[in-house]
Design a protein. Structure first.
Length: 294
């Protein structure tokens, strides 16, 4: 493994950059494919793995890492293969090839004691397939705004293309539209940091034609998962407009070892950013519901 000090985006606010100081950037390798992980916290602490959403990177979690670390967790945040700084596996066009790379990376990182995985959106799909394929890798899974349940809203979220636009200003206008259409409920949530994070992330998405999120791929994986499964969703998640109650009812039926559900009031899809304080409290409560004993 290659281990270096974590490199933070230069546009982070000073206080947030200070809160995220002290992390490490670790590269794991599987079949020639490099996965980049960002790691905070003591090496002997209980581990929580955070998987970001589609067209994202580890920075989907910038408002959540420090509270987890400060609560005693070792926080492991990869750039999923094909996103951020991680390599794209040859021929990979969607989620199915990703679990083997994450499994191999986790074995190389060798966390001490039990592991819990938190998957946001596309990362929730990835986490569900990961634990269906490698059930011993974690004792708990927390889904955050995960698609792939076969219950998506009939009100399709209309996103606009931006790559053809010639100037950053024009591209940013589309980014603002897309963030409000999919990620946020409240306009004030779309601050300069959110726009900068999103703009930096989408340019590094090398898996643009993903389609499996509109299938029941997660619903079909959940019965094979031995880990305890819980969920945190924003009240106004755009993926489940007027259908969130159906998600809340279905997940305990599909997951053999169901934990708990939490709705974050007033928040949209990117709930861990838009309502960070409420999300962090809910996440810490759900993580604390599983014994840290090995």
């Amino acid at each position: 493994m290659n281990i270096h000090p974590a490199s933070l985006p230069d546009f982070l606010p000073v206080a947030l950059a200070a809160a995220l100081a002290g992390g490490h950037r670790i590269e794991t390798l599987h079949e020639g494919v490099r996965t980049v992980w960002h790691v905070w916290g003591a090496s002997d602490g209980p581990a929580v793995v955070l998987l970001h959403g589609g067209s994202g990177s580890w920075t989907h979690w910038v408002r959540n890492i420090a509270p987890l670390r400060d609560a005693g967790w070792r926080v492991l945040v990869p750039d999923l293969p094909g996103f951020g700084d991680s390599d794209l596996p040859q021929g990979c066009t969607d989620v199915p090839p990703l679990p083997e790379h994450l499994h191999a990376g986790l074995q190389q990182l060798a966390p001490q004691g039990p592991v819990q995985i938190v998957g946001f959106s596309f990362g929730g799909m990835t986490a569900a397939l990961w634990l269906a394929q490698y059930p011993e890798d974690a004792q708990a899974l927390i889904l955050v705004g995960a698609p792939g349940l076969g219950l998506s809203s009939p009100q399709r979220t209309a996103l606009k293309g931006w790559r053809h636009l010639p100037t950053p200003e024009q591209q940013n206008e589309v980014h603002r539209h897309n963030l409000m259409a999919l990620m946020f409920e409240h306009p004030q949530s779309l601050d300069a940091l959110a726009l900068s994070l999103h703009a930096a992330n989408v340019t590094r998405d090398r898996m643009p034609r993903r389609r499996l999120s509109s299938t029941p791929i997660v619903a079909e994986a959940l019965p094979r998962i031995r880990a305890r499964v819980s969920a945190i969703y924003g009240e106004h998640d755009a993926l489940y407009h007027q259908r969130l109650a159906q998600v809340q009812e279905a997940l305990p039926r599909w997951a053999p070892h169901w934990g708990q559900w939490h709705t974050v009031p007033g928040a949209g899809h990117w709930v861990q950013y838009e309502a960070a304080d409420a999300f962090n409290a809910a996440l810490l409560a759900q993580l604390g519901g599983v014994s840290r004993a090995g």
